[in-house]
Write a protein that binds this ligand. Structure first.
Ligand SMILES: CC(C)(COP(=O)(O)OP(=O)(O)OC[C@H]1O[C@@H](n2cnc3c(N)ncnc32)[C@H](O)[C@@H]1OP(=O)(O)O)[C@@H](O)C(=O)NCCC(=O)NCCS
Length: 169
């Protein structure tokens, strides 16, 4: 399936609602969010590009124009270093067709072209088979298993995957 990524905008609240109220979709992300949390997240995604500290995108099915998922990256401090972190999600009816891998690859191309940070990290739960497979497929290096606080106040066991955006490929 051919997909493209487009900047997150004001019309994308419904897409976010579909993913963030679903217990299966949020199993590795701390569980479903409240309407207020989702609205706040939607505002944050829209502001991200203007802040210069990252970007959020919707993943769009080229043939229908339908939004099928999202992917984004943002700045964080990790082990005393400023890096990018990336996250992704694809709605259940569209999973299992390689869409998250393609959409994430496209977002990585944009992060690379920003020339802002060398390292991009992903922290999928150790139990998130598809997300760990995506990291491996996209050329991330597995650094270590680590305890990661997400959401605030709750800790999960994650893999720390790292991609060198400045490496020649
Ligand atoms: C994780 C998620 C984005 C995957 O979306 P998707 O479009 O189905 O993923 P893809 O089809 O691009 O890739 C999945 C890969 O994992 C593999 N895979 C699937 N289930 C797997 C499992 N249980 N164990 C190992 N690998 C698995 C697939 O074979 C595929 O690899 P391949 O392309 O080499 O065959 C989707 O399940 C989701 O949105 N989950 C909820 C949100 C979430 O957990 N986000 C991740 C936060 S880091």
């Amino acid at each position: 399936m051919a997909v493209r990524i487009e900047p997150w905008d004001a019309g994308d609240l419904q897409l976010l609602q579909k993913s963030m109220v679903d217990p299966a979709m949020t199993e590795h992300l701390g569980g479903p969010e409240s309407p207020a949390q989702i609205a706040e997240r939607h505002e944050r995604f829209q502001r991200l590009a203007d802040s210069g500290k990252g970007r959020w995108f919707k993943i769009v099915d080229v043939s229908t124009g339908e939004s099928v998922g999202s992917v984004g990256y943002w700045e964080r401090t990790w082990r005393d270093e400023d890096v990018y972190e990336i996250g992704w999600s694809v709605l259940p009816p569209f999973q299992g067709r390689g869409i998250a891998g393609i959409g994430t690859g496209l977002a990585i191309d944009v992060a690379r072209s920003d020339k802002r940070h060398r390292f991009l990290h992903a922290f999928p739960s150790v139990d998130n088979g598809p997300s760990n497979a995506i990291c491996r497929k996209l050329g991330f290096t597995l650094i270590e298993e680590t305890k990661f606080e997400y959401p605030k106040g709750s800790f999960m066991r994650c893999n720390d995957w790292r991609l060198d955006l400045f490496a020649l490929n």
